[in-house]
Design a protein around this ligand. Structure first.
Ligand SMILES: [Zn+2]
Length: 171
């Protein structure tokens, strides 16, 4: 996978360099945005070649690729191992921070709610995606009717005051 992605990057880089001189920026996206998204789509195809799920994501900051990941739900027996979550993990590790301000995420498919929330939590600046959730709806294993019930709120809220107290002591 790495070899073919690298090959694609070299070819796409040549195309990008040539086209960027023609100023294709239209205020919403640049040629490099399309380049990175095409890479994610290619990686999703390659994920299928390796019998994994058809999803991939890339995180870029200032033109530098920080993470290239695919979905590894089956491979890792982890229902949260979506390509975007894996990319956030990889980029945070790469930068040594949980703050991905200034980063752009490119996903082969529109991120699910979990991944969008993860992007917001990580301060991802923008998300570009290829196919839409409706394109992938028949592959979505999530069920939407799971009950979520609040219990023991006062007991649980204690943890926040405990954390605040400890933080004040440290200061
Ligand atoms: Zn997701």
């Amino acid at each position: 996978m790495v070899a073919s992605v690298l090959g694609f990057m070299i070819i796409a880089g040549i195309v990008y360099t040539a086209r960027s001189r023609e100023n294709n920026y239209n205020g919403e996206y640049t040629e490099s945005d399309k380049l990175f998204l095409r890479m994610a789509i290619l990686m999703a195809d390659e994920s299928v070649d390796h019998d994994n799920e058809p999803f991939a994501a890339i995180i870029v900051k200032d033109g530098e690729i920080l993470a290239t990941t695919t979905s590894t739900i089956s491979q890792d027996n982890d229902p949260t191992a979506h390509a975007e979550i894996n990319a956030i993990h990889q980029a945070c590790k790469e930068l040594g921070t949980c703050d991905l301000s200034g980063c752009v995420l490119y996903a082969s498919c529109e991120p699910c709610q979990m991944c969008m929330l993860a992007c917001e939590s990580a301060n991802i600046e923008r998300v570009f995606y290829g196919s839409s959730r409706s394109d992938a709806s028949k592959f979505d294993p999530c069920h939407r009717n799971m009950p979520a019930i609040q219990l023991l709120r006062d007991e649980a809220r204690h943890t926040f005051s405990y954390w605040e107290e400890k933080s004040n002591i440290k200061e």
